[in-house]
Write a protein that binds this ligand. Sequence first.
Ligand code: UD1
Length: 428
Amino acid sequence: MEQLVIKGNVRLKGEVFISGAKNAALAILPATILANDVCVIENVPCVRDIQVLLQSMEQLGVLIEYIDEHKVRVDTRNIKNLKVDYDYIKKIRASYYLLGALLGKYKEAEVALPGGCNIGSRPIDQHIKGFEALGANVKVQHGIIEASADKLVGTNVFLDMVTVGATINIMLAAVLAEGTTVIENAAKEPHIVDVANFLNSMGAEIKGAGTDVIRINGVKDLHGTEYMIIPDQIETGTYMIAGAITGGDVTVTNVIPKHMEAISAKLTEMGVIIEEYDESIRVIANEPLKNIHVKTLPYPGFPTDMQPQMTAILSKTPGTSIMTESIFENRFSYTDELNRMGANIKVEGNTAVIEGVKQLTGAEVAAPDLRAGAGLILAALAAKGETVITGVEYIDRGYEHLEKKLTGIGANIFRVKEKADKSMFKVV
Ligand code: UD1
């Protein structure tokens, strides 16, 4: 079992290059199936979720070739298998995009129910409702979703709640359908726009992505394309807070500042200095920070995937801050771990009341999921003494070259294989 060991209380300073968006890549790579051709995708992040997804696509008969670390050639001309095994997919949530893509292209698919982080019940009823509205027959049994259709026909789908996954999945299933599909109450996240742009570059006709009404005119065929994925909004936000929480001066580069507005606005409200440039943002801490209230919301609101990282910085911000989670029901389990580091957080339902403390202290903590892991890392970077974090496998799902990037801005962070290794090294 691997662990991260962090010796904190070091002011971080320097530049971090941000990788491609994991959640965009998790949809764009399956979407190549719709083209039945060759696509070259650039800025693919080198993270565990993507590796698992690409392995599961290989099992379908897709040829994957890495041109370099972030550039992948995907040849979907020889797909022979329309069933995605549980073994491959249990670890990642976005397996459901294979269902939309296979159904859209072959009118038939079988995918094991998705896994991923345990942050709530995460139903997929809206995905199923969309597929059924398009004319598919969907069965869920023995942990497997089977979808099939004689043909898919465009229709109107009104989503009961704003959901990223269902919005993308219905787009995937609808691009090759007959006629026009309209998705109302659609999610507006940057990666929804990225997936729509990618599909359009293959010949699809999608309008309105980024607004709450998306209109998809079905086309007969799609073709291969070359496409560059947008930068990762959540990785960007995580490193911005790394700068702010350590009293540092960190510039994130290769970013789209517009995508960061909700996070930049909250940090500014806390008194952090944010300088925006064309493709970079500089974050300069400006102590003492001010306490704030934050509520997670669908884009352009404050992202739920930044909730633990924000809670980490609020835990050492003077005064009482309130964090309200409105997307997922079980996203505060990590606060017990932060409390073990000296934080003072009380959770009631979907609200965390955070009494800022002067100093966090290093402890042994366990990351319960990917973004909670990021929150614990941030707390550890600011804490006095040494923190040992387990659950690294969750963190590896979504952060590329984590130790290298953090070391590059001055952090003391090491990965050790087993507990015994820890005594072997000294952190300076
Ligand atoms: C995606 C992201 C995840 C992010 C989340 C919200 C990926 C792989 N994951 O997850 O990192 O935290 O968006 O920005 O891109 N819901 C239903 N029925 C459905 C679908 C969703 O009730 O059929 C509910 C969910 O339980 C949740 C809310 O809708 O309460 C939003 O979920 P959704 O946006 O779909 O999240 P994911 O696509 O799972």
